[in-house]
Ligand binder design. Structure first.
Ligand code: COA
Length: 376
């Protein structure tokens, strides 16, 4: 088997593989911010995947993350290790490109679990009844224009930096100007040319899908929810993507029982020292000095397998080679630990950790609910 990058001449073949696997080609196989890998068996194209150049907020800092998607193997080549080999190649590729983390949405989790990805966060849509709107005053909103794009992005990024897991939506992998094509882009202007908040939505034949409802303060958030309430009558509910958990968790009035559609995403630590160095560690501020010895079991990313010492010193966290290996971490434990989705007790019960993980839990604030609000 041979694995190589998807070149311009391979785009037709890569699109064909995706169309056969998924019934459609969701997006181009090659564009800025996206790398493709192609597997060949006996000289024939047998499988493909893409890696997007994202950055994910963790502890307030952005960490380079390879978003893996479009994994497709031609039917004749399945069950022969093509997807596994593509994922191994993707791990090497991401490490070389400085992507210390990788995330993906898995339709077949077993394929990715066998390579060290594990459930580490959620992507949610809330079905919100429009007759249960919280009381809020009207805010002065206007439609967005091109000149608003950077202020809109800044408004989003300021929120995202406080929600573990959210993308920074930076170019070229994400083109924020696409937002201007949506049916609804209501902007609440700020005093200084900035943006206090905004609401983006698409009206389809089946209802309203609200992508972002973001406000810098509660008055703006409630005002945007009030605008959303203006759809009551023609619609009885809206689908709201959960971007700011404060809006859907603390401001809206859904009943005890309500519908949330959850897509689980899997995270993999591609390069432990690089991932630890890139992440923000707010909890480390309260620890003057501490350390825990790790023994990482990771046959698919041998560069970070083995013994490391995780050291907290003067608010900084780093890993350095060595130590006694007191806490054994399987590759699949690294993602849910890093994200804070699972604590060391849960990881131990799943057979993915041995030893005392109390410091690991404390540093990431586990267990928490990390979040993504972009599907890829
Ligand atoms: C899913 C798909 C990519 C797997 O490709 P493949 O080349 O047959 O997979 P591999 O032979 O490399 O198998 C890799 C691992 O996943 C497991 N696996 C593969 N397909 C599986 C399935 N459908 N269900 C459960 N496990 C599966 C294998 O047992 C193997 O595990 P191991 O490494 O521990 O032995 C392929 O069947 C496909 O293209 N399906 C249609 C598109 C799709 O579903 N893509 C996934 C999008 S997330």
């Amino acid at each position: 088997m041979r694995i190589r990058g998807v070149g311009r001449d391979d785009v037709g073949e890569a699109d064909r593989l995706r169309r056969v696997a998924f019934g459609r080609v969701a997006e181009p196989s090659s564009r800025p911010g996206v790398r493709g890998l192609l597997a060949e068996l006996g000289g024939r194209a047998a499988g493909v995947l893409t890696i997007k150049e994202f950055h994910q907020f963790w502890g307030g800092a952005t960490v380079p993350m390879g978003g893996v998607g479009g994994v497709a193997v031609d039917p004749w080549a399945r069950g022969r290790g093509v997807a596994g080999a593509l994922l191994d190649a993707a791990l090497r590729d991401m490490r070389e490109h400085g992507q210390a983390l990788s995330a993906l949405y898995a339709t077949v989790p077993a394929v990715y679990r066998s390579r060290g990805w594990e459930r580490a966060g959620v992507f949610e849509w809330l079905e919100f009844p429009l007759d249960r709107m919280p009381a809020g005053a009207r805010v002065e909103a206007r439609p967005a224009v091109e000149g608003d794009l950077s202020a809109l992005h800044a408004c989003y990024a300021d929120l995202a930096s406080t929600v573990n897991g959210l993308l920074d939506r930076s170019a070229p992998a994400i083109d924020v100007s696409g937002v201007l094509d949506l049916d609804v882009v209501s902007v609440v202007p700020g005093h200084d040319g900035g943006v206090r908040g905004y609401l983006t939505a698409e009206r389809g034949p089946r209802g309203l899908r609200v992508f972002d409802l973001v406000g810098r303060d509660v008055t703006t958030q409630l005002g945007l929810l009030r605008e959303l309430g203006s759809w009551a009558g023609v619609l009885d509910r809206a689908l709201v993507r959960v971007v700011d958990p404060a809006v859907t968790g603390l401001l809206t009035n859904q009943a005890i029982e309500h519908t949330v559609t959850t897509s689980a995403w899997l995270l993999r630590v591609v390069d432990l020292p690089a991932a630890v160095a890139a992440r923000g560690w707010p909890a480390a501020r309260w620890l003057r000095s501490a350390a825990v010895d790790l023994d990482v079991v990771d046959e698919h990313a041998p560069w970070h397998a083995g013994r490391w010492r995780l050291v907290v010193e003067d608010g900084e966290v780093r890993v350095e080679p060595g130590g006694g290996g007191a806490v054994r971490l399987h590759a699949r434990a690294l993602g849910p630990w890093f994200s804070g989705m699972q604590d060391s007790h849960a990881l131990r019960r799943a057979g993915l950790l041995d030893g005392d993980g109390a410091l690991l839990d404390r540093l990431v604030g586990a267990p928490g609910v990390p979040r993504l609000a972009d599907y890829f």
